[in-house]
Design a protein around this ligand. Structure first.
Ligand code: HXC
Length: 514
């Protein structure tokens, strides 16, 4: 054959693979409101940047009629490309090919691109749309999953790993996304569960829809498995692009600096915080007032909303924000908030992203429910994560900093590099009412007018302890600052922390309260 003929033959072979499971299956995919695996990759990556590998990999299963089955690409597309110029590795399961089910060769295509990502130190993005372990392959499929989980763990903290759930993700398959750093879900399309509704009905006699069992909202709001929630696939792909532009490619790099544009308008912080310390406000307004162009990419927005986490830029550099949210449960720390913050802090620390903590909370949430849910174990994760982190750590106490929460929210005692407090900050063991009721109980009970005495003692406590000056007098707070000075002082603190050199004692690894 001439070279020309060979080229034509190659093109034909490629065209067959690119058709995936064929027109009928593609139509079925579209009818479900889903893009195909190839369309997803092309919509996510920069134009003409995608390069595909292992197109001609074939499965080797011979049982259950599989010997006569041709599975283009073995149901998964793998390759490399760029997102806003940043190189990435990617795989996308193709539901049109045998339901995107995972056999050994399918898994080996995935592990090969994961190995490449780890070696080349670039983010790895996995698009999941699969019926799970290919039932005909049995142990081969299970081996494949295990090899993926192993690599997820090896790559953890070295390169960012992103999972996108754009279809079913059932059985043990859910554990690869759970091991990665960020999970994206889409309304009505994403489904994640260990055990499907059919099995639940057979075993437990309970009828439940796939959506109610493990739909996008369930994971974005209730389980906390999802980090980003979108109403459409295109919105989801845009969220991924934004995230990738904000985080470094590996733990050996810093996120790319983007020269900030001068904001047209920056909201006065003083106008955000209500004068009555009991009134709630949206702490995201404070974040918007601090970040370049008031931009902020919130992570896990719908889960544990009493704490806000996410990425924003300050003077062009990516910063991780951790902020109590007084709008929900007065911003208390509870089991979910602690888990949410702790994992985020560890991501920031692993990937050289400085952390800015904004504090306004009345402490850990009391009550039997929380105690029995393990608030001691979960709360400890936050203490561990902040103490362990060696990236620049800055805290601003906006209002309340009570009890264990004061310590947990990146206090000086856990290694904060800079501690600032606004003049209205209340730093104490507990809220003034609770404190006065306990330490002045006798005086209050013996007073002629109990309520007047209680108020007097509360006032006394506020004046004596619920302010930033006691902590400042001991050096636990570095500076009491005016709210409008916050951005400038944080920027300065970040500037002088650029060469921060902090070491931990040698260990194989710690044993955090997982
Ligand atoms: C082989 C599969 C498959 C699987 C789907 N298909 N899942 N083939 N192994 N796991 C095939 C179907 O037979 C069908 O082939 C095609 O893919 C499309 O599937 P449909 O059922 O027609 O699609 P839909 O109606 O949209 O339903 C999707 C689904 C359903 C909900 C995912 O297919 C389903 O319940 N699949 C089984 C899920 C499951 O139990 N997986 C195993 C989990 S155990 P044809 O030829 O008809 O087009 C597991 C263990 C892993 O994953 C443990 C790792 C630690």
């Amino acid at each position: 054959m001439t070279l020309k003929k060979n080229i034509l033959a190659l093109r034909q072979k490629k065209a067959i693979v690119q058709k995936g499971g064929g027109d009928k299956a593609i139509e079925k995919q579209a009818a479900m409101g889903k893009l195909t695996a190839r369309e997803r990759i092309l919509a996510l990556l920069d134009a003409d940047s995608f390069h595909e590998y292992d197109m001609f990999v074939e499965h080797e299963e011979r049982n259950f009629g599989m010997d006569s089955k041709e599975l283009p690409g073995d149901g998964v597309i793998t390759g490399t490309g760029t997102i806003k110029g940043a190189p990435i590795c990617i795989y996308a399961q193709d539901f049109t090919v045998m339901g995107g089910s995972l056999g050994l060769k399918h898994a080996r295509k995935i592990t090969k691109i994961m190995d490449h990502a780890l070696k080349m130190k670039v983010p790895c993005i996995g698009i999941n749309d699969s019926g799970g372990a290919r039932i005909q392959e049995g142990i081969g499929a299970l081996a494949g999953y295990g090899e993926i989980f192993y690599r997820n763990t090896m790559a953890s903290g070295v390169i960012p790993q992103i999972s996108v759930i754009l279809g079913p993700c059932a059985g043990g398959a859910v554990y690869s996304p759970a091991l990665t750093d960020f999970v994206f879900v889409v309304e009505n399309i994403s489904k994640m569960f260990i055990t499907g509704p059919n099995v639940i009905e057979t075993v437990l006699g309970e009828k439940i829809s796939q959506e109610d069992l493990g739909g996008a909202r369930v994971h974005a709001e209730i389980t906390g498995n999802a980090h980003f929630y979108a109403l459409s696939e295109i919105e989801c792909l845009n969220q991924i692009k934004e995230l990738v532009s904000l985080i470094p490619h590996s733990n050996q790099q810093k996120a790319e600096r983007i020269e900030p544009r001068k904001p047209k308008f920056r909201k006065k912080i003083e106008n955000i915080i209500p004068s009555d310390p009991k009134q709630p406000y949206d702490v995201r307004e404070v974040i918007f007032a601090l970040t370049d162009e008031s931009k902020f990419l919130e992570v896990q927005e719908l889960w544990a909303p009493n704490i806000v986490i996410g990425f924003g830029r300050m003077d062009g550099e990516t910063i991780g924000f951790v902020a109590n949210q007084p709008m929900y449960l007065a911003g208390v720390l509870d089991c979910d908030a602690s888990d949410k913050a702790a994992r985020f802090i560890r991501f920031c620390d692993a990937f050289n992203i400085p952390i800015l903590t904004l504090e306004d909370m009345p402490g850990y949430l009391p009550g039997v429910d929380q105690e029995h849910a393990g608030v001691i174990r979960h709360g400890a994760k936050m203490l561990y994560a902040y103490s362990e982190a060696t990236v620049p750590k800055i805290t601003v106490i906006l209002r309340k900093a009570y009890g264990g929460g004061y310590i947990a929210m990146n206090s000086r005692h856990l290694g904060a590099d800079f501690m600032f407090a606004w003049p209205g900050a209340e730093i104490a063991v507990m809220g003034p009412e609770g404190a006065a009721n306990i330490i002045f109980r006798k005086e209050i009970m013996e007073a002629e007018d109990e309520e007047a005495m209680r108020q007097q003692k509360v006032q006394e406590y506020i004046e004596k302890f619920a302010n930033p000056y006691v902590a400042a007098s001991k050096g636990y707070i570095d500076a009491v600052i005016e709210p409008e000075e916050t951005r400038e002082l944080v920027l300065h603190a970040l500037e002088v922390s650029k060469n921060k050199d902090d070491h931990r004692p040698y260990k194989k690894h710690g044993v955090p309260p997982f």
